[in-house]
Design a binder for this molecule. Sequence first.
Ligand code: GRF
Length: 215
Amino acid sequence: MSQYYPIDGTSSLIYPDISAQNLQPMKPLKLGVMASGNGSNFEVVAQAIQAGKLNAQIQVLIYNNPSAKAAERAKNHGLEAVLLNHRDYKKRENLDRAIVKTFRQYDVDLVIMAGWMRIVTQELIDAFPDRIINIHPSLLPSFKGVRAVEQALEAGVKITGCTVHLLRLEMDSGPILIQAAVPVLPDDTAETLHARIQIQEHRILPLAIASLAAR
Ligand code: GRF
């Protein structure tokens, strides 16, 4: 009889094991976070900081959808949240310039794209060279772009996962910092699989931030 391990998806292969490194930088990193929706990844970063597990501070959250739950989460933590609604900008570059201006105002030195559902331009990338990270719900370079979880299910892979990488102009490319593997179970739907992937996202995102802080 087949065994599926781990059934609950709460344990997983995470590589590299950067948790073993000294992850506390001398000076707290000043983070700027970008989120479009729920913001569970934003939440775990805020919680890791509050719990003293991550020596950083969130300077500001930028969100682009007025109804993003991420904004509510920021307010609950007493953190600044700035709405930059993409509908107010004719060109992507203009939105990105506004993002850069806001991050500069808040003295941000590392940008976290935590569920930012917009394509970004070179304007943003050039403003923070190798200081922007993105989290994606697949083992890149497989299943780039939107519907990554659905793509994995459609492809019939037995293992998928999540990736934190440095941002480059080409979508979901860029040097990989850390990945976690997650099994695809026989009865998985996009929702159940995404939920298990998110458990691992919430582990690897704070680790990736800490590893960059130590650089
Ligand atoms: C995550 O699955 C992330 O990988 C993708 O968007 C989702 C954001 O989730 N880029 P949340 O808003 O942090 O809950």
